[in-house]
Design a protein around this ligand. Structure first.
Ligand SMILES: Nc1ncnc2c1ncn2[C@@H]1O[C@H](COP(=O)(O)OP(=O)(O)O)[C@@H](O)[C@H]1O
Ligand SMILES: [Mg+2]
Length: 566
């Protein structure tokens, strides 16, 4: 084995152990229900073995000319109980499967919400969706179906082997001949199958990402008359997905075909041996039937076990994709230590770049005092939004320090926790589907209707909201569908204002408004009591009359402009 391949092998092994441990952790709460399930399947297995021997005695009694009434009755009874058991087992399986997949899904969802923003945005929404749905389902189905199956199969194999061995040791041993073939095949194909499963899930993610993106940008596709290309591209992505699915299926099919041929050969062997014994009169007809059933009962679990291995490997591959998300670094959360009635922000020696060799800020320092109203200007793409993201701890600076301080000079480092006293209006449309009131209430879940109206008034949104047929209870669609951009911005602003946070961040929050409305909105914000500290990113000069100060981002520095204090 070459050095590299050896390293990969070791890494694979380590990952495999990690994945298996992770799966065990999630399986633990379900062990009691899995045990119930296992009990049912073992019982049903025992009954079906019992059926084989009842069968034998019925045939033997019949050929000897005895009555078989009671035998048939027992046979029917066992059959009914066995059916009942399998119904209960499948009901339990559905419940376990659903609870299990939701358990993982909820944890991963929460994890995504608490992960550093930049790390999670590197994944496409469609990819995350695939991991949250298809991968977790594969894991849940696998655990709830595969785990009890493996144990039942081993039990079936052992019990029927013993029963057969008692009657015909030669047959019992020769029916196991298929085992080495099965194990060898599974081992060879296992690693290949795992890679193929990852490919299948990746192509699924690409496919979903494309659908997700084109559905949310349908207007752009239409306006550029890109419908045909989009449809063709979808087909290409489907074909790629199909390619991997077929490849994976072919691989599984090849395995099962080889094993099946082995199985049939074993059966023919048992059949011929039985026929010879029957003709020489050393066994009865009923015993011959038992031989045949038992050989099948030994071989079936062997084949099923061999087929479970690729399934386990698929589960591990999906687990790997989910674990990748779970292992992303979580945001730092700390206790809030300072009184935040009024807060300012202090940035010292800040350096940051999205890429190591492409810095946006290089060793820059500035501060914004509590209660100040500051405009940030700078050309497009210079780093205004990035600065806000750093202040809000969505991004971590490479060097330097950002902290919040109050009037008493108490200071605390900026972390995700600081967002509890910041109100933010981001660029673009950020509304959710639901009523306008629901959207505003997201700013503060406990806000009363009166407080929502007050916030809508302060953001100059109430003028149009009150004229809507259902007022603030009017339902808007995804991303504010049904209202204009400028109206959506004023609702986002109301959402920020209802929070009554001491620190307000407006990132081109009034860009879609006409100048008159924008000035009215800003005037509304200036009148707020208590007066919040406010950072405002804008391109309009006229806005500056409402600001105490203007700072400019230029040449990787945040600098006071010539205007300085106005
Ligand atoms: N998530 C990101 N990953 C990598 N680069 C980014 C990301 N967001 C922004 N940038 C880059 O950082 C620079 C500053 O962007 P931004 O802060 O959004 O500018 P603006 O001043 O227009 O708000 C731009 O060159 C942009 O390409
Ligand atoms: Mg920006």
């Amino acid at each position: 084995m070459s050095q590299n391949r050896y390293k990969n092998f070791v890494k694979d092994r380590k990952n495999q152990t990690q994945y298996a441990k992770w799966l065990m952790r999630y399986t633990k709460p379900f062990l009691p229900s899995l045990a119930v399930l296992l009990f049912f399947s073992l019982l049903s297995q025992t009954l079906s073995l019992k059926m084989v021997t009842v069968n034998e005695s019925i045939i033997n009694r019949a050929t000897a000319g005895n009555t078989i009434k009671s035998g048939i009755l027992v046979y029917v009874l066992i059959m009914l109980v066995s059916n009942l058991l399998s119904i209960v087992a499948s009901l339990v399986t559905v419940v376990i499967c659903e609870k299990f997949s939701f358990g993982i899904r909820k944890q991963v969802y929460e994890k995504i919400l608490h992960t550093c923003w930049l790390d999670i945005t590197k994944y496409h929404t469609g990819d995350l969706m695939t991991r949250l749905t298809s991968d977790t389902e594969a894991i849940a189905n696998g655990i709830s179906a595969t785990l009890p199956t493996i144990i039942t199969l081993i039990y079936q194999l052992g019990a029927s082997f013993i029963l057969l061995y008692i009657r015909a040791p030669f047959l019992a041993i020769s029916s196991l001949l298929i085992a080495p073939i099965a194990v060898l095949f599974s081992a060879i194909l296992g690693r290949k199958l795992k890679k193929l499963q990852v490919k299948v899930q990746e192509s699924e993610a690409n496919y979903r990402s494309f659908i997700h993106e084109s559905l949310s940008n349908i207007l752009i596709i239409k306006s550029f008359r890109d419908e045909q290309y989009s449809a063709t591209h979808l087909t290409e992505l489907r074909n790629e997905r199909l390619h991997w699915i077929l490849k994976k299926n072919n691989m599984s099919l090849a395995t099962s075909s080889v094993i099946n041929v082995g199985f049939q050969l074993g059966y023919i062997l048992a059949f011929s041996w039985g026929a010879l014994q029957l003709s020489s009169g050393s066994i009865q007809f009923g015993t011959m039937t038992v031989f045949l059933s038992l050989v099948a009962q030994v071989q079936t679990p062997l084949i099923s076990l061999a087929q479970t291995l690729p399934k386990i490997i698929s589960i591990l591959a999906s687990a790997g994709r989910v674990i990748e998300i779970q292992n992303l670094p979580a945001e730092q959360q700390v206790e809030q230590t300072i009184d935040t009635t009024t807060v300012g922000v202090k940035v010292s020696n800040l350096s940051f770049g999205y890429q190591p060799n492409d810095q946006i800020f290089d060793d820059t320092s500035f501060d914004i005092k509590p209660g100040e109203f500051v405009a940030i200007v700078g050309e497009s793409g210079i780093g205004k939004t990035t600065l806000i993201r750093l202040i809000m701890s969505f991004l971590q600076s490479t060097n330097g320090n950002i902290s919040f301080f109050n009037q008493n000079g108490e200071e605390e480092t900026a972390t995700a926790t600081s967002r509890s006293y910041i109100s933010y209006v981001p660029q673009g449309n950020t509304l959710f589907s639901g009523s306008i009131a629901d959207n505003v209430r997201m700013g503060r879940r406990t806000a009363t209707d009166e407080e929502i109206i007050e916030a809508l008034k302060a953001s100059s949104a109430y003028d149009f909201v009150k004229d809507l047929p259902n007022g603030m209870y009017t339902v808007i669609g995804e991303r504010g569908h049904g209202i204009s951009e400028g109206q959506a911005q004023r609702i986002s602003l109301a959402r920020a204002l209802v929070k009554k946070a001491p620190f307000l961040v407006l990132d081109e929050a009034t860009a879609s408004l006409d100048e008159k409305t924008e000035l009215r909105v800003l005037d509304g914000i200036r009148q707020l009591q208590p007066k919040p500290t406010c950072i405002l990113i804008t391109h309009r000069r006229s806005v500056l009359q409402y600001c105490d100060r203007e700072i400019k981002i230029d040449q990787k520095q945040v600098l006071p402009t010539d205007l300085g204090l106005m």
